[in-house]
Write a protein that binds this ligand. Sequence first.
Ligand SMILES: [Zn+2]
Length: 114
Amino acid sequence: MMTKEEKEKLENHIKENIEKLKKDIVSYKQLTRPIAPDNAIGRLTRMEAISSKSINEATLRRAKQTLSKLERVLKMADAPDFGLCRTCEEPIPFRRLMIVPETDLCVECAETVS
Ligand SMILES: [Zn+2]
């Protein structure tokens, strides 16, 4: 199991990630605003704008998903099964949680699921 210090470190790490994601989401939202009509910008520029808009939309969607997962993890931080794998109920290594704090699967189970 995680030590008290590790848990605190992880919680702070999650909070930092949440703050960062919220800022990212604001800037991605600005990047996914409607594109100006053809006559306002060149045709090629418009095509580029459309393609980067859809990339940014995908990034925005992912960021929102990660954010809601992180917020859920943070709420669960005081639950007795915090840091345990959802499938095999073994503790998820602290190192893995620091890299992907939004996960609720250990490495082996994550590989089986995906
Ligand atoms: Zn597992």
